[in-house]
Ligand binder design. Sequence first.
Ligand SMILES: [Fe+2]
Length: 413
Amino acid sequence: MIKSGISGFFSISRNGLVSIPQQIRSKLIFPKRVIFKPGAINKIGDEIERLPHLKKGLLVTGKKAMKRGGIPQTLAAALKDKGIETILFDQIESNPDVLSVEEGRKILRRNGCDFVIGLGGGSVLDAAKMIAFLANKDDSPLDYLDGKEAVEAGIPYIAITTTGTGSEVTNNLNLVSRELGKKGTVRSPLLVPDLALVDSELTHSLPRNFTIAVGVDGLVAPLEAYVGKKATPLTDEFAFEAIRLVIENIKLVANDGNDAVAREGMALASLLGAISFVNSALGAVHGLALPFGTHFNLIHGEICGTFLPLIMEYNLPISYKKYEQVAKFMGVESQGRDSFAVALEGIERIKSLLLELGIPLSLRALVGDRLIEENDIEQILDNVGGTSILNNPNPPDSAPSREDQYRIIQAGM
Ligand SMILES: [Fe+2]
């Protein structure tokens, strides 16, 4: 079992139950129950027995998860042992569509399912979350994308993450309507899963490039939460621990996907990182990487990695004290040196780490053969918005201006 440096803020029991002291928990968005344990999926029946009267679950997953190691079958077998039936719905695409949610709800009703299990990465967990929420309602998912307020809870929802993207602990979800050209976020305390299960053994079979991309995203997210305007001493604890765990483990999992201890470290990092950014917010890396990545169809973790040093340099005048802490953890000598210089050297260490992982530091290199024209940049900047860019620490009282965003992209070419 990996050790954690913030045991005062949470503890993990032998059976994997993650506990947070009540006075801290009351200040956090956090699922009712979180299990973190390698192999926990085999014990899911015991967990579901704690939830009353569940007989038949809709198991929501993606098309790819089926190909990796028969995880849905393992899960269905563990539930069958407890007399719980599962109906498989394995059609969730990346960036889930409202039509997939409608389809899932139809299958759930046709089969009389009384709870939902999401098994997969962020897209699957978001779609499953919405299916569970809408199961007892006649509303369309589009109503909620259009801003309808959630007032009534859905049916029980269990989130099992295979990649650790955060949806397992969040109170929100992202959906698109390809037909209407719409995308949006639904947010409500009623969307926090009833049970989140993090089993690092499920990540062992993830391919190397995917492992790196998810791992880099797992570094960027808590780093943004750590320095963001909404950061609190409480979110800092979770964020810094997540950063520490990624830095310690990401090269190990990149080199050997079956390194069980390192995989466990990365899984815990993503859980703690998610707690930090759900309760704080992200920053300008995500603010710019999302529209840039959508425009050029890039892998989320990779474009976040490329933007990370650019934004750290931009934030340095405001955030150098916190970056100094990260630098010190990365082994930068700090004795007798000023914080700014230590922080700056830390950014260089981050760049070296990204290069070692194969993440290019230039946007041109990441985009490859395609040209990045003025027109592309203007379109990307038109689509920057949302809570991430607002939470960026620099400037302290507003979001980075369009001119600043333009300069950051130019510096990254
Ligand atoms: Fe991200």
